[in-house]
Ligand binder design. Structure first.
Ligand code: ADP
Length: 486
């Protein structure tokens, strides 16, 4: 099977969150199954170093219609490091200055509409030049949401696209790519596409609807989230539409790339370890405590957080429970960046509890790995969580997850019972400060029994959440999409 994987972020080139991890790892697992998969992403000029990755230009001045004008884009190519997967980069003037993927000065980049419209059109058009016809174009989130629509339109006029099916994966319903209706003319589509039964959405244009409506098959990143998004509470206004498409909507849990996330080989750790050499792990805890300017105390349980700082992630209940939590015998450390409101919150908590709360505001891949390796628990009190990678990475590093049971967290973390030794983390169901506090309190208690705790760590470290199983499920999904176009 030939597959083109379109994403706006791909590890190791550009990352803001879990999508990048998926895009850098799932294609490798699919390739291992014997398929020809290639990746396409935007060339963020201020972020992706052409020389470092050995990018070569393969197509120059490809014309892309943008309203009345023709935009010229170039296509570059390199191999995904550690693989023989071809990666294509769309080089457009709308991306050429970007240091950040979607933001500029703390706000959405005002050129996002043009940038991702040109990207989506380029994804469809450059295939003509490439003389390589994928059976599947797998699109991800709103940034490539228009691709299924453009493919569908292209199928009508160009037989070469007749057998190309599309899959649209949504990694987070909250991001829908909504833009002012005045920009509609730039899409080059008939007026009818502005209707609420097409791209129109609350009098705006939604790029995500391009995927929800026109993709042959839709997926999201866990079975529970696939159900949740068909409800009012989690559907972000798309629940009606998703219920209508429920026969074409699937949930496949993300995997973890153990070539990247592995405490036995991780170069960013002070001390590497395995489940059989767990006694080495505390060296990482000490280094982390030092880094986070916390007292060097091996016996106090340390709760780590690595997260985008966003309302989704449960920091309002953490804020509400903070005084009670800080009253427990524990330490907490956070690495994150995002909403300035939460930057203020964590700066305040650090100031008020300097011996208990360590805070680093920013994006730091190496420190993130130290947090998984040095913390005793990994905290994810999410309001919603499509899949969540932190808990899965936590398993691999022997960092016991403390999570709210929603989306992928509900599918992957079962409640630990210290009496029977069964289960793999600390969980709570109601989204409330009280329930969060109780879960943390239970974890602190359980940590006192170090013999049992070590057994728990050893068990979760043996779990296999590699991409192999999920990659097979994606192939089945691709077959379903292909069945719809032949
Ligand atoms: P989301 O996609 O909603 O951000 P996930 O849990 O699916 O959440 O994935 C988050 C990924 O991003 C994980 O690999 C996590 O370690 C990483 N990450 C999040 N914030 C940071 C940060 N500030 N620094 C380094 N890595 C981060």
């Amino acid at each position: 099977m030939k597959i083109l994987f379109a994403a706006s972020e791909v590890v190791p080139f550009a990352k803001t969150g879990g999508l990048a991890d998926v895009a850098g790892a799932l294609p490798k697992a699919i390739k291992k199954l014997g398929h020809d998969i290639r990746i396409v992403l935007p060339l963020y000029g201020g972020k992706i170093d052409r020389a470092k990755w050995g990018l070569k230009q393969i197509i120059a001045n490809l014309e892309i219609e943008l309203g009345e004008n023709a935009e010229l884009v170039n296509i570059f190519e390199c191999l995904l490091p550690g693989s023989d997967i071809r990666v294509y980069f769309v080089d457009s003037r709308f991306f050429s200055d970007r240091k950040e993927l979607y933001m500029l000065g703390g706000k959405d980049n005002p050129q996002n509409f043009e940038a991702f419209l040109v990207f989506s059109k380029a994804v469809v058009n450059f295939l003509n030049e490439l003389k390589w016809r994928p059976d599947i174009i797998h699109c991800n989130d709103w940034q490539s949401g228009l691709v299924p629509l453009f493919v569908k339109l292209q199928r009508r006029k160009d037989p070469a696209y007749k057998r190309t099916a599309t899959v649209y994966s949504v990694h987070n319903m909250a991001y829908q790519g909504l833009f002012p209706a005045e920009k509609f003319g730039l899409l080059g589509l008939p007026e009818t596409y502005l209707g609420e039964d097409a791209l129109g959405c609350w009098e705006k244009i939604s790029f995500a609807k391009g995927g929800f409506l026109y993709a042959d098959v839709i997926s999201t990143v866990s079975e529970t989230y696939a159900k949740e998004i068909q409800t009012k509470e989690y559907g972000a206004g798309m629940d009606d539409l998703l219920r209508q498409r429920s026969k074409d909507l699937y949930g496949i849990i993300n995997g973890v790339d153990y070539e990247v996330w592995n405490p036995a080989t991780d170069k960013n750790l002070v001390r590497r370890y395995t489940r059989n050499t767990l006694s080495l792990r505390p060296e990482n805890k000490a280094a982390l405590q030092e880094d986070m300017e916390l007292p060097l105390d091996p016996d106090t349980p340390l709760f780590g957080i690595v997260s985008r700082l966003d309302a989704q992630k449960g920091f309002d209940i953490l804020d509400e429970a903070a005084e009670d939590i800080m009253g427990l015998d524990l330490q907490m450390c956070l690495l994150g960046t995002g909403d300035p409101h939460y930057h203020d919150l964590f700066r305040r908590l650090r100031k008020e509890h300097p011996k208990k709360m360590g805070v680093k505001l920013g994006f730091d891949a190496a420190l993130a790995e130290m947090i998984y390796a040095g913390s005793d628990c990994f905290l994810m009190p999410s309001r919603y969580e499509p899949c969540g990678l932190g808990q899965l990475i936590g398993f691999k590093y022997g960092c016991v997850p403390v999570v709210r049971l929603t989306g992928g967290l509900a599918d992957t973390v079962k409640e630990y019972n210290p009496r029977t030794g069964k289960g793999d983390g600390f969980v709570f169901e109601d989204y409330s400060a009280k329930e969060l506090f109780k879960a943390i309190e239970l974890a602190v208690k359980a940590y006192q029994d170090q013999a049992k705790w070590k057994k728990l760590q050893q068990r979760i470290m043996a779990y296999d959440f590699s991409w192999d199983a999920s990659a097979k499920k994606y192939i089945t999904l691709y077959m379903k999409a292909i069945d719809k176009v032949i």
